[in-house]
Design a protein around this ligand. Structure first.
Ligand SMILES: *Cc1c(COP(=O)(O)O)cnc(C)c1O
Length: 471
């Protein structure tokens, strides 16, 4: 394709995008295809001869689209959202056109300096104090991996990268049982080992880490000759919104000299509303914090902001400077590739800049407040149905519930059947989780275009399903 043809095709793609989004309410939210169905329609080998773009586009509509789950659907109530505000999609089109590789300051000074600025805008908006520096990562998983690597290197006085871990004391990292699996994976990749991720019991309605148990676990590890390295706290756990008492965790981290990381990948977006900031009170004492603007906030996936109280420990952990990556003659610059695992970096700051400017914080706050209010109202309505039991009360816009199995009925099977039937039907999309071993249904409101009427549809679907399965 030549750029001249791109002019016309690009305009068509913009039409397609607008039509797609405007028509989403008429599509089933979750893909209705069976395993292997798409694969079977695709040729086994790449074509030798060039094919016309019209054929490719026809196959996009006929083969690919039926196999897509519509994450931008207004009635996407599963997992957490991955919102793509139209203006952030537009920004990505510009980024895609420039196709710059923004690993070093000099490989695109504007990308680096814009990243510094928009991260600081967001830092202020979520109430983190001055001095925290932000960087955009590809995912919360990567930010948490960076935190775990920093914990490891700091505890070993930066010997891990040089000598490896053999012959070192056992490193220990503490978190509750409610944390995301990205924490387990970071521990694996950092060579620390799952057995050294110490699970601290939780208690209370917030399912928060028991800080006395945390203190005891650290003390026991020190007596056993292990090396405590860090604590990972969570705000808004993925399963049901579990939230640690950050002040209590920070007191332990400071008293023990441990690195602290706060995973607020989903809930962090809500902190742009001052009234929710009490949910993570104490966060200003953390060493690092991660939140995903690509979830609730609307910055098209992927866009993770990672805030560091002192980035030098991270840079000391990750920076490598062979001659070919050095920038001579420019002091005091930031090379963000020294703050992340991959060298190459996409220009992610642009979409955050477009988003924050085009909507302003006021509009983003209004969206989040609406979602929280609508989820709360739905929970109260569902609670009144005789077949429904609320299992965890709303944390922001997330709660869990289950259908009460009739006498002698199998609750897990019944609830899984409800989830499957709801998603097969297609008006809404929900997912399940386990709370204290039992299968429950999650509901979260967070889609960019979700309205109160969409949440009312969720009520209708859940009520109809409950009445059908538990007559
Ligand atoms: C979504 C989520 C993650 C993982 O985020 P990625 O950006 O997909 O790596 C981690 N922790 C929590 C609490 C999350 O909600």
């Amino acid at each position: 394709m030549k750029w001249d043809e791109f002019r016309k095709r690009g305009a068509e793609a913009a039409e397609w995008a607008a039509d797609y989004h405007e028509g989403l309410r008429d599509r089933p939210v979750r893909a209705q295809s069976r395993p292997g169905e798409v694969l079977a329609q695709l040729p086994a080998a790449a074509p030798e001869a060039a094919e016309p773009l019209d054929d490719i586009l026809a196959d996009l509509d006929s083969t690919i689209m039926p196999g897509m789950t519509h994450w931008q659907h207004p009635r996407f109530f599963a997992y957490f959202p991955a919102n793509a505000a139209p203006v952030s999609v537009l920004a990505e089109a510009y980024v895609s056109a420039m196709a710059a590789q923004c690993m070093l300051w000099q490989t695109s000074p504007a990308a680096t300096e814009l990243e510094t600025r928009v991260c600081d805008w967001l830092r202020q908006s979520v109430g983190l104090p001055e001095g925290f520096a932000g960087v955009i990562q590809d995912s919360a998983s990567t930010a948490t991996l960076c935190a775990v690597l920093t914990m490891r290197e700091r505890a070993l006085d930066w010997a891990g990268n040089r000598k490896g871990l053999s012959g070192q004391p056992r490193l220990r990292i503490y978190a509750s049982a409610e944390v995301h699996t990205s924490i387990d994976r970071a521990i694996w990749i950092a060579g620390i080992g799952e057995e050294n991720l110490v699970r601290i019991p939780t208690n209370g309605p917030m399912r928060a880490m028991d800080s006395d148990a945390l203190r005891d676990a650290i003390a026991a590890d020190r007596i056993a000759g292990h090396l405590p390295a860090g604590i990972i706290a969570c705000v808004g756990g993925t399963s049901a919104g579990a939230t640690d008492d950050i002040t209590a965790v920070m007191e332990v981290a400071e008293a023990e000299g441990l690195y602290s990381h706060v995973d607020a990948a989903w809930a962090g977006a809500a902190m742009i509303c001052p009234e929710f900031q009490a949910l993570w009170a104490g966060v200003e004492r953390a060493d690092s914090v991660v939140l995903n603007p690509h979830k609730w906030l609307g910055a098209q996936f992927d866009c993770t902001t990672h805030f560091l109280r002192d980035p030098t420990t991270l840079v000391k952990t990750l920076a490598i400077q062979p001659e070919y990556l050095k920038t001579h003659g420019a002091d005091g610059i930031i090379n963000y590739s020294e703050w992340s695992v991959p060298l190459g970096r996409r220009f992610r700051a642009l979409k955050l800049w477009f988003l924050l400017r085009a909507h302003g914080l006021a509009e983003l706050r209004e969206m989040i407040r609406n979602h929280v209010a609508w989820a709360d109202a739905l929970c109260k309505r569902l609670e009144k149905l005789p077949q429904i039991e609320i299992v965890t009360q709303p944390f922001l816009s997330l709660f869990t519930f289950r259908l009460s199995a009739p006498e002698g009925g199998e609750s897990d099977a019944l609830n899984q059947q409800a989830v499957n039937e709801i998603n097969d039907e297609g008006r809404i999309y929900l997912t399940q989780t386990r709370i204290d071993g039992a299968l429950v249904i999650r509901f979260q409101a967070g889609a960019w275009t979700c309205t109160k009427e969409d949440v009312d549809v969720a009520y209708d679907v859940i009520r109809e399903t409950a009445e059908r399965l538990c007559p």
